[in-house]
Each structure stands twice: as structure tokens, then as C-alpha cells.
Design a protein around this ligand. Structure first.
Ligand SMILES: Cc1cc2nc3c(=O)[nH]c(=O)nc-3n(C[C@H](O)[C@H](O)[C@H](O)COP(=O)(O)OP(=O)(O)OC[C@H]3O[C@@H](n4cnc5c(N)ncnc54)[C@H](O)[C@@H]3O)c2cc1C
Ligand SMILES: *[C@@H]1O[C@H](CO)[C@@H](O)[C@H](O)[C@H]1NC(C)=O
Ligand SMILES: *[C@@H]1O[C@H](CO)[C@@H](O)[C@H](O)[C@H]1NC(C)=O
Ligand SMILES: *[C@@H]1O[C@H](CO)[C@@H](O)[C@H](O)[C@H]1NC(C)=O
Ligand SMILES: *[C@@H]1O[C@H](CO)[C@@H](O)[C@H](O)[C@H]1NC(C)=O
Ligand SMILES: *[C@@H]1O[C@H](CO)[C@@H](O)[C@H](O)[C@H]1NC(C)=O
Length: 559
């Protein structure tokens, strides 16, 4: 289909645009291997590592409950000579084929093209290491720990906030080769997976086996994401309103700690009061506390019958009020997605859907139940409440194909927006994807206020969101010279979200891009407590340094 071709070209061009603009705009984070001078002339890794131990252990366990940034010395990493020795040892353990530094591979692991903040040109990894088992990860981490080399855990590479930048060039540990589905226990509704299994890979596998056909993972996110990445960002997606985000879909994980120790956080029962819940500690930790090598996930049962409704409203407030009222009624909704008038315009522009929609706020619902009769009853209620809130159009799918078509409009909206932007805004247009969430009752007011402020900016912006969770992505379009203006607008949006008791991240995480926002949101003491946990588990600060919060008092970035 003609339009599809155009879309594919648009998305490819988008990725290219981003990658050619790397390093152009933001201040980024400092990087340097601090310890160089200590190790001049010392050839043996074993000897060097003694010099490189944290200078004073009292800094790591002072008699305080938190670790303020200023109480730390700068981290001390191995020299380039140490890195060489480290790599040689790793090669001896996992083979030269699994340890690479071709320019193309380094480039691939530097940026995925979607991050609004850019890595600085020198923030590139020096080596990519591909372990194939938990034991190999452990052996590799023991070596890395001995030589004090910074390491970035990496899986699908789809994270959006500079999570996988090598702020301090060293090793990227790509866990994608740990990609086996180890066990599916369909009677227990769980599956044991190696960390690099993709959510799509799992769902395809389940669909291909008769006994598993009615099962799926409850979370979905960026195409190509893996379960370990999803655990590490607490990913959500469209299904989260029904099944919860990754935190609610994980039973147990196997983690390799910074010094190579292997731990498993729980056994397989869903219920457990067996000590601290370490699973929860690692969820959302963005690769800063350990390397996840195995995940036991819950499986969800696909609804026996499901249909899609598309409902249009004159205002965002009408749509948000509808969602609140539906939840109050206890109606089972499997997806509640909002597309604002801007995105509806892009959809109409794409000519991709057979139906015509008005350019007004639109809700996409998935409504499910035991059988068609039951679902019909729900639809009646959804329709009644939508009309009560002044909907201008109510449509529900009358067949499975129609359901699929209606919902694909939502699924393709990112590419439809990009296509519109390249053709109608600027052929070099860029998109800044935000990720705010507020309590549902504050959603309408938040969106109205953001729209009001955003309309004083020269930048086109659109909103789509998993509004069942109060989670909204404003997408801000800007031309190459407008980065600073876009940044200012996004900061304004964040301020409004916070004022409405919201968060800067519903599902994408903090990475390097939102460290300042996180501090505004939770306060310095909460961040200092996170830092305490970080240095307790990873005293040398080797694992994904500089992500979520600062770990170096000399970090020059204001953000
Ligand atoms: C088009 C698009 C749509 C998206 N839609 C959604 C969405 O709807 N919902 C949503 O939640 N997100 C969405 N995302 C964001 C992204 O898909 C998620 O953040 C996802 O969880 C990242 O998984 P990944 O495997 O790609 O991880 P990566 O990007 O490789 O890494 C993510 C984080 O996990 C860490 N990590 C990776 N592997 C390991 C490991 N083995 N052990 C420890 N730490 C590790 C990394 O260091 C990093 O901090 C979208 C992204 C794109 C590009
Ligand atoms: C990570 O490793 C896998 C397996 O080797 C590979 O397919 C993938 O392309 C790698 N990721 C990147 C970004 O290169
Ligand atoms: C432990 O934490 C995980 C992830 O946060 C959660 O899914 C699980 O229910 C928790 N388990 C217990 C027993 O609290
Ligand atoms: C994960 O997401 C859920 C739902 O958004 C949230 O309640 C929980 O606090 C998050 N957990 C972490 C560790 O971020
Ligand atoms: C949708 O697009 C068609 C064709 O491009 C146009 O005629 C129509 O006016 C548009 N509808 C709206 C609501 O913008
Ligand atoms: C649908 O399920 C309801 C509730 O269990 C039941 O009463 C009804 O007979 C079912 N209808 C059909 C057509 O199967």
C-alpha cells in the first residue's frame, strides 16, 4: 500500500535524522576515566585493582541513612590499559566471537535515535560483550569488577531517555543472546525466561502452541524490547490498565550483582512473605543495581471475547470524565487510550483508515468479557456513559477484522505523527516524546493547562496516552534550531504535571534525561536514599553510572 511505504520511509528517516544529530545540543554528562594516574606503569590487573578500591569505605557506609552526593568521592575507574587487560580476560572466558568492537556495533549501541537528549560524541562504548548464560555474566562481572570498568547493561535498546548511553566509555553488556524460553507452566500461568527474550517473541511462541494459545504477557512496549529491559524500566503499555505494569507481572528474577554474585529473588509461588522483596528492588532500577539474567513472569489469559469501541468527544474534559465514570462503575476495560485532536488530524491525513473521524479528542477502548452477550451489555453501558458526557460519535467494531482495523489506528499513531511532521511541519522535524502521569481525576485539568501553556509556544504538539492509568505522552515537534525552546516547553509541562500531583515518568523511566525532574518530584533526601542503595550494592559505581541520579560529585551536568 502506497501510504505504508511512505510511513516506513518516514520512520527510517526519523531514526537517521536523530543519529546524525548526535551530540549537537545538550550539555550531557562529563566522562573521563578518573583513575589513570594511579596506575601508570602497573601492568597487572590484580595489582591495579587494589589501588583502585574506593579510597575510603567510610564514605560508603557512613552513620547516615542516606548518601548525599557531596559525601562521595568521584568514582575511580580503570585506565585504558586496565580495559585492555579486562577484555583479554573476558575473551578467555567467553570467546573472541562474543567480544566485539567494530565501529558499526559500537555505533549501534550508542543511541537508538529516539532519545531527545543526545549523547556527546565521545560517549560511546569501547567494547560490546555478548554473554550467553547467567554463569558467563557472573564470570564477566567478576573480571569487570576486578578492573573497575564501567558497564552498561543493554537488551532491546528501545529505552527513550538515554538509559543506555555510555557516559563513561567502557563495556556494554548486551544480554540479547540469553534468549531462551526456559519453561512455560500453563497451569500455573507463568513462564521462566532468559532475560533477553522479547515480549513479542514470547507472545508468538505462546500463540504457536495449542495449550498456550490463550496466554500472553500482560505488558507490551516498544517493538523489540526484552523482558529484562522491561523489568528495568517497569514498562507498561496498552495492557497495563487491565494487567498492571511490569512490576505486577514479575514473580522472580535472577540477578548477577556488580561483583559477580548470583542471586534469585524468589521461588515460583505467587504468594510469598519470605524476607525482603528483592524483586521489587530491581524493578525500575535501570541497570544500576545488577544484571538481570532470568525472569519468571506471570502469564495473563486472553479474554474469551473482546471488541473495540472508538468514541469521539468535543473536549478532553468530556473524554476524561467518561473514563472516570466508567471506572467508578467497575466496568472491565482492557485498554483505554486517548488520542487528542492533533493526532486525529494526522490519522485523517494518512488516509490509512477506511473510516473518517473528526479531528477531536478520541478514546479507543478494548472491552472484553466471557462471551459476546456479556460484552454487549458492557458496550451498552459504555455507550450510555459516553453519551451522558456528550460524545459526538460512538462506534464499536462489528467483527474481529473491524476491531483490528480500529485499534491499528492507535498502534500506528507514532508513525502517522512522524509522517505528518515530515511532510507538513519540516522535513527535518524532530519529536520529543514525554511520559507524564497524574491521578486520573486530575487528568483533564492537567491536559487543559498544558495545552494552554503549549499554545503560547511556536511548536506543534500532540498528546496520546494510556489514560486508564492517567499516563499521557505529549509529543512536541521541533525544527533543528528549536531544541532549546522544546526543552523549555517540556520543562513547563513537567511543572504543571507536578503541580497536579503527577510524575515525570509513567513508564519510560529517568535515564540521563530526567534526573533533574526526578529530584524536583521526590526531593533530595529520597534521591540520597536511592544513592545509598546504589553504593551498597555497587560500591565501585560500575553499573550504568550516571543514570537515574548523579553518582559523581564532579558531574558537571546541571541536570
Ligand atoms: C516506538 C516505541 C514505543 C514504546 N512504547 C512504550 C510503551 O508503550 N510502554 C513502555 O513502557 N515503554 C515504551 N517504550 C520504551 C521501551 O520500549 C521500554 O522502556 C522497554 O522497557 C525497554 O526495554 P529494552 O529491552 O529495549 O531495554 P534497553 O533499552 O536495552 O534498556 C532499558 C534499561 O534497562 C537496562 N537493562 C537492559 N538489559 C538489562 C539487563 N539484562 N539487566 C539489567 N538491566 C538491563 C538498561 O541499562 C536500561 O537502563 C517505547 C519505545 C519505543 C521506541
Ligand atoms: C545485541 O545483541 C544481539 C544478539 O547478538 C543483536 O542481534 C543485536 O543487534 C544487538 N543490539 C544492537 C543494538 O546492536
Ligand atoms: C514482590 O515484588 C514484585 C515486583 O514488585 C511483585 O510482583 C510481587 O507481587 C511482590 N511479591 C510479594 C510477595 O510481595
Ligand atoms: C511500577 O509501576 C507501577 C504502576 O505504574 C507503580 O505502581 C509502581 O510503583 C512502579 N514500581 C516501580 C519500582 O517503579
Ligand atoms: C480528512 O481528510 C480529508 C481528505 O484529506 C478531508 O477532505 C477532510 O476534510 C478531513 N477531515 C477533517 C475532519 O479534517
Ligand atoms: C454468556 O455468558 C453468560 C454468563 O455466564 C451466560 O448467561 C450466557 O448464556 C452466555 N451466552 C452465550 C451466547 O454463550
Amino acid at each position: 500500500m502506497k501510504t505504508f511505504g511512505r510511513l516506513a520511509r518516514s520512520s527510517a528517516r526519523f531514526a537517521r535524522l536523530y543519529s546524525t544529530n548526535r551530540g549537537a545540543k545538550n550539555s550531557g554528562v562529563r566522562l573521563s576515566l578518573v583513575s589513570g594516574s594511579l596506575v601508570v606503569g602497573v601492568g597487572l590487573g590484580l595489582v591495579t585493582s587494589n589501588y583502585l578500591l574506593p579510597s575510603s569505605e567510610k564514605q560508603i557506609f557512613p552513620l547516615k541513612s542516606t548518601t548525599p552526593l557531596a559525601s562521595l568521592d568521584p568514582p575511580k575507574y580503570g585506565s585504558s590499559e586496565d580495559l585492555k587487560l579486562c577484555i583479554n580476560e573476558i575473551i578467555r572466558v567467553i570467546g573472541a566471537d562474543n567480544v566485539r568492537n567494530s565501529e558499526a556495533e559500537l555505533e549501534h549501541h550508542a543511541d537508538n535515535g529516539f532519545n531527545p537528549t543526545k549523547a556527546l560524541p565521545h560517549q560511546k562504548p569501547e567494547w560490546i560483550v555478548y554473554p550467553t548464560s547467567t554463569e558467563e555474566v557472573s564470570a564477566v562481572m567478576k573480571i569487570i569488577n576486578r578492573y573497575n570498568i564501567p558497564v552498561v547493561p543493554f537488551s532491546g535498546g528501545t529505552a527513550l531517555e538515554g538509559h543506555t548511553y555510555s557516559t563513561r566509555p567502557g563495556i556494554v553488556l548486551n544480554t540479547s543472546k540469553l534468549n531462551k524460553i526456559l519453561d512455560v507452566h500453563h497451569r500455573d500461568l507463568d513462564a521462566v525466561l532468559q532475560a533477553g527474550v522479547g515480549w513479542q517473541q514470547l507472545n508468538e511462541h505462546l500463540a504457536s502452541v495449542p495449550e498456550y494459545q490463550n496466554l500472553m504477557l500482560g505488558c507490551d512496549c516498544g517493538p523489540g524490547a526484552h523482558v529484562c529491559g522491561m523489568v528495568n524500566t517497569n514498562a507498561s503499555g496498552i495492557g497495563a490498565t487491565r494487567y498492571g505494569s511490569m512490576v505486577a507481572n514479575v514473580i522472580s528474577i535472577t540477578v548477577v550483582l556488580a561483583d559477580g554474585t548470583i542471586i534469585k529473588t524468589k521461588k515460583r509461588p505467587r504468594k510469598s512473605s519470605a524476607g525482603y522483596n528483592l524483586t521489587g528492588l530491581f524493578v525500575g532500577s535501570e541497570g544500576t543495581l545488577g544484571i538481570v539474567t532470568e525472569v519468571t513472569v506471570k502469564l495473563q489469559v486472553k479474554p474469551p471475547f473482546e471488541t473495540v469501541a472508538v468514541v469521539q468527544f468535543p473536549t478532553i474534559k468530556n473524554s476524561a470524565d467518561t473514563v472516570v465514570e466508567l471506572f467508578q462503575k467497575g466496568i472491565q476495560l482492557n485498554a483505554v487510550e486517548l488520542l487528542d485532536s492533533g493526532i486525529m488530524k494526522c490519522i485523517n491525513y494518512s488516509n490509512l483508515v477506511s473510516k473518517q473521524y473528526d479531528n477531536v479528542p478520541t478514546l479507543f477502548f478494548k472491552i472484553a468479557g466471557l462471551n459476546e452477550t456479556v460484552v454487549q451489555e458492557y458496550i451498552k453501558e459504555v455507550e450510555r456513559i459516553s453519551h451522558k458526557n456528550h460524545c459526538s460519535k460512538f462506534e464499536f467494531a462489528r467483527s474481529e477484522e473491524e476491531s483490528a482495523e480500529l485499534f491499528s489506528t492507535r498502534k500506528n499513531s507514532l508513525y502517522l505523527m512522524l509522517d505528518y511532521a515530515y511532510n507538513e511541519i519540516d522535513e527535518n522535524a524532530k519529536m520529543w516524546i514525554t511520559d507524564f502521569a497524574v491521578p486520573l481525576s486530575k487528568l483533564a485539568a492537567t491536559l487543559e493547562e498544558i495545552d494552554k501553556v503549549a499554545s503560547t509556544y511556536p511548536l506543534p504538539h500532540m498528546a496520546l496516552g494510556h489514560v486508564g492509568d492517567g499516563n499521557i505522552h505529549y509529543d512536541v515537534f521541533y525544527k533543528p534550531g528549536e531544541y532549546e525552546i522544546a526543552k523549555k516547553l517540556v520543562a513547563e509541562m513537567n511543572r504543571i504535571t507536578l503541580k497536579n500531583e503527577g510524575t515525570c515518568s509513567g513508564e519510560h523511566g529517568i535515564g540521563t534525561g530526567k534526573r533533574k525532574f526526578l529530584e524536583d518530584e521526590l526531593g533530595v533526601d529520597a534521591i540520597d536514599l536511592m544513592r545509598k542503595l546504589k553504593v551498597a550494592l555497587d560500591p565501585k559505581r560500575l553499573l550504568n553510572p550516571d543514570k537515574i541520579f548523579k553518582i559523581d560529585p564532579l558531574d558537571p551536568s546541571g541536570e
